[in-house]
Structure formats: structure tokens, C-alpha cells
Ligand binder design. Structure first.
Ligand code: DGL
Length: 355
């Protein structure tokens, strides 16, 4: 009888071990590519939530600080670079995009998380949304409080991001930004508050869903093309076309756009007032610059609603394009990539209505 009980106990132990091993093998494999930001930041005290130093903690320490990651994925980490994201450049983007596309080609990678500063996270997300050539999830995550602060949001944001990047629900959804238990699409998300944890919103077009106890709950998808559906390829590019943004206001002048033209820009995004309105002097100068070959995209400083063709300007006459609902900072990204493909304004406008 005793021998039989021992045999049964041993068998059950083996079965449990096999089950546990199978469960572990079933976990998705997620690569974390670290770039810096507040999620890797340190402050002088535990109550320092502004005025801290971003981009101090390496990716291995970020992973070690959240042991729960091991319950939702097999995680590996790589430090691509370590910067505060206000310093993000076109060259950083090209390096990151090439690495993301390399990693996603690996059959033993199911998804990618990118840790990033929140200042330009929306721009990196949109850039990658246009140049990543895979349907595998790419989730960009940041934090509004440094790792050293009371109630730091980085650890839970990182946990959610890894769970999301390993989820089947996120496949084919394009590049995603996830903080504060929310799932935001790369095209429409923007930072709406300089300090608070719920800063990332898609104010009128809405988020894609929520993270609920590590589970992805999607309620909608983007209607615009992204990732493997786009026509853009940066794999052989070392630089991007020079495109800058000028900002409209009362008492507007042409100093900024003159400087951009003198510096050799091939495109200018103008963040006009209202529906992309231009003062008379600015309109005249932008029209002259267009005639010299610089592409002009009319956008708006307002932040919501479409900038519409031939509303505040006769765009057919001046040969300008409009940014639709893209913010000026995202219009710059699409105009740069468009100019790697074409100089035809009609083709560029098609791209603004496609992505
Ligand atoms: N310096 C800012 C950045 O790296 C800090 C903001 C943040 O990461 O939350 O974007």
C-alpha cells in the first residue's frame, strides 16, 4: 500500500513538473529594446517627480525590477541607446527601426517592447508604424514618474507592455503606445499633459482599448494603413529628408520659414492657426518657397479635427498638401517618408489620406 502511494505521488509530481514546463514553454518570447527616458530615470528623492534625470538605468535592471515579467513572457533585453527622448533624432529612428525589423524577423521572437521617454514617444511610435515590416506586436512604453519615485508607474507599465506585446490580440494592430492601463494607437495618440499619469490620449478619436490585470482588451482598430501594409522602406537609408515645423500665431512672420529654406529644407510643415490658416505674409512666402521646389504641408496647432484642403487656402493653386488629422509633429514624419518616395504633391496628398 505504502509503495503504491509513493508511486502515485511520484507520478503526480512528474505530471505537475511536465505541466509546469509545458506552461512555461507556451509563454510568448518578448524582446525589450531600451532607449532611455523617465522609465529609466532616477530622482534625488522618492518624492522627486519632476526635475529628475532620465535615461540612467539599463535594460537589465529594468527587467530585474519586475520579476512578474517572467510569468507572462520569456523576456530578453537590449540597450539600443540611452537618451532622454527630447534628444531623439532621425538617426536614432533609423537605427531603432532597422533593429526592430531585424529582431522581428527572428522566428523565436513573438513581440517587441520599446522603453522610451514620453516627450517624443508619440513620434517614434508613428515613425515605426510606417516603417516596421511585420504584423508582430510592437509596444512602446514609458513612465511619468522616475523609477526612484513613490508609486513609480514604470514597473506596472512595463509589465502591461510585455503582456501586450506577447498577446495574440495585439497582432496586426500596428505600433501601440501603452501606459496607465490604456492601449493607444500610434497614429492618433498624443501627450496631453506635461505631468500626469493619464497624459497619453487620442482626445477625440479614442484609444484602442485597455489592459486589465495583464490581459489586452481591444475595442477598436485603426482605420489607416500601417506596418506591413505601408509603402515605406528605410532599410537602406542613412538619412531622412530635411523637414521642419513652423508654428503659426498672431503677429506671424516669415523668419522661421526663411531660415528653414536657407538651411536647405526640402519640406516645411506649417502649424497654422484654426484650420491651418496662414497670415498673408506667410502664405505669400510659402507659395514662393513651393515654387522653388520646397514641399509645403498645411497643418494646425489646434490638435484635433482635420486640416482640410482648399478651406483656409487655395491648395490646388499653391500646390500645398494638408495634414488631415495628423498633428504637425506627425505630419513632419509622414512628409519626410513621402519625400523618400516621390516629389509629386498629388501622390503626397494621397499618402496623408492613407496613413
Ligand atoms: N526627458 C523626458 C523624456 O525622456 C522625460 C519624460 C519621460 O520620459 O516621461 O522624454
Amino acid at each position: 500500500m505504502r509503495t503504491q502511494c509513493l508511486k502515485t505521488g511520484f507520478t503526480l509530481t512528474l505530471m505537475f513538473a511536465a505541466f509546469a514546463a509545458n506552461a512555461a514553454d507556451a509563454l510568448p518570447r518578448v524582446m525589450i529594446l531600451a532607449t532611455g527616458g523617465t522609465i529609466a530615470g532616477t530622482g534625488a528623492t522618492s518624492t522627486t517627480t519632476v526635475g529628475y534625470t532620465a535615461a540612467k538605468i539599463g535594460v537589465e535592471r529594468l527587467i530585474e525590477a519586475v520579476p512578474e515579467l517572467q510569468k507572462v513572457a520569456h523576456v530578453k533585453g537590449e540597450q539600443v541607446f540611452q537618451i532622454a527622448s527630447e534628444n531623439m533624432s532621425n538617426e536614432h529612428w533609423l537605427k531603432l527601426a532597422k533593429r526592430v525589423n531585424e529582431v522581428l524577423k527572428q522566428p523565436d521572437v513573438d513581440g517587441i517592447v520599446i522603453t522610451h521617454g514620453t516627450d517624443t514617444i508619440e513620434e517614434t511610435a508613428y515613425f515605426l508604424n510606417l516603417v516596421v515590416k511585420s504584423k508582430k506586436p510592437v509596444v512602446i512604453v514609458g513612465a511619468m514618474r522616475p523609477a526612484t519615485a513613490i508609486s513609480a508607474d514604470g514597473p506596472i507599465n512595463l509589465y502591461n507592455a510585455v503582456a501586450l506585446a506577447g498577446s495574440k490580440e495585439a497582432v496586426g494592430q500596428g505600433v501601440i503606445v501603452s501606459l496607465n492601463d490604456e492601449i493607444q494607437g500610434a497614429r492618433d495618440v498624443t501627450k496631453t499633459n506635461t505631468m500626469t499619469g493619464n497624459t497619453f490620449r487620442a482626445p477625440e478619436l479614442g484609444s484602442l482599448g485597455y489592459m486589465v490585470s495583464g490581459q489586452a482588451k481591444f475595442y477598436r482598430s485603426s482605420t489607416r494603413k500601417h506596418t506591413s501594409e505601408t509603402e515605406f522602406d528605410v532599410s537602406k537609408l542613412e538619412t531622412l529628408p530635411a523637414v521642419d515645423i513652423a508654428y503659426g500665431s498672431a503677429n506671424a512672420n516669415t523668419l522661421a520659414i526663411d531660415a528653414f529654406a536657407a538651411a536647405g529644407d526640402v519640406g516645411i510643415v506649417y502649424a497654422g492657426t484654426g484650420n491651418g490658416s496662414l497670415s498673408t505674409s506667410v502664405r505669400t512666402r510659402l507659395t514662393e518657397l513651393r515654387q522653388k521646389g520646397i514641399h509645403i504641408n498645411r497643418s494646425s496647432r489646434v490638435g484635433n479635427g482635420p486640416t482640410v484642403r482648399d478651406g483656409e487656402n487655395d491648395d490646388n493653386k499653391t500646390d500645398f498638401t494638408v495634414s488631415d488629422t495628423l498633428t504637425p509633429q506627425k505630419a513632419r514624419i509622414l512628409l519626410m517618408l513621402a519625400l523618400t518616395k516621390t516629389k509629386d504633391s498629388k501622390e503626397i496628398q494621397r499618402m496623408f489620406y492613407t496613413y
